[in-house]
Design a protein around this ligand. Sequence first.
Ligand code: AMP
Length: 464
Amino acid sequence: MCGVFGIFGHPEAANLTYLGLHALQHRGQESAGIVATSDGEQFSRHLGRGLVADVFDETILQERLGGHRAIGHVRYSTAGGSHAQAAQPFAVTTARGPLAIAHNGNLVNADSLRADLERDGAIFSTQSDTEVVVHLMARARAPRLEDRIREVAAQLEGAYTLLFMDQTGIIGVRDPEGFRPLILGKVGDAWVLASETCALDLVEGKLIREIEPGEMIHITQDGLRTERLYHLPDARRRACIFELVYFARPDSRIFEQSVYEARVKMGQRLAEEAPVDADLVIPVPDSGVPAALGYAEASGLPFRHGLIRSHYVGRTFIEPKQSIRAFGVRLKLSAVRSVLEGKRVVVVDDSVVRGTTSRKIVGILRNAGAKEVHLRVSSPPTRFPCFYGVDTPNRAELIAATHSVADVARYVTADTLAYLSEEGLHTAVGDPLGEGRRYCNACFTGEYSAGRSLIQSRLPVVRE
Ligand code: AMP
């Protein structure tokens, strides 16, 4: 995944970008970076591994990153591994002056583009697919930046929400299918581009609108200019449904809807599709909370907090020598015995990926005295990897790719297990299944759109 934030025309551009990135921290914890400029000539950049609050301090923001415009990025390692050099934004000097680039998404044809560029003499310093965009931009011929971006975009297959900063302003681009969100807002007179509205809320900005799939918006001193990328003018929208299931923050509005309300509806629908005779409903915090509320509401069962999440879990922890069962999950989640003891419990989570977390959670609940544990998942079985920027493991590791629902239930040791149907999920987000659907659901169905033939040649065959 990843998050992007850009601002034009604000005296505290870097500081607001820092805050915006902080609000987008859930989209990537691997590294963070900001490129700022005051005069358009001199770009200053600071990047680091880790969380936004750890990468930046006051001196860096105020002394090194001055200026009226900035773009920033938080990175979740997908393509390109977790190397320090892969931190973004990239900043380079091209024949036409300085250029900074931040990317959310994943290019399906990055390898072949890279091989072509290398054959032509390009030297890469990272494994990141975004560096391919940097090289393509440096080679593009058109005099106008917008036309160079178009020239480059026409060669890209996959998911890309991109922010650029050049000598004149900042540019935001959303790929023709619009997999990843990008919103436009204002803070006073300054323009903001951000992955999610929660970033805008933190800086007291006002939402103007969403950038359309296939739209490019150029913000300069003269104001806003918007254009379409010329390829795929009638693009079919394919916003990522998993953003609404899990990835985006529930207080955000993306794809023209409230993430929180969408999740509540998923839970309500799940209760209709897969009711249980039980005593109470509990969420897996935090991701399962809105769906569990919806489930409880629709089923009439009481909602309780049966699992408490620690907010202080770091990246690595020193385990005691004598092993503690399910140590990692227990550090993060602990059970409330008084809620669970002797009870038939419905536990709601947003997704099951490998199945290892659910298995541990069911164990924790039983240990705390739950009499029955019924796992309800507010999305369909994750059976296919994402090539558009969500960090899903390869197919062999996705438990639902190779196991039936009954097998998964046995593996996670739940009394019963049910997933939300594909139809139920699409209904919950107001996108009826069928020819006109507007959301990408490839992780559930294997129906890829951008770069389909490349993806199919890469998918390993797994025995179902
Ligand atoms: P597991 O089945 O053990 O792989 O873990 C599933 C849990 O991870 C669910 O509770 C989700 O909330 C969460 N999850 C789902 N997708 C992702 C992702 N791409 N990155 C991180 N966590 C995820």
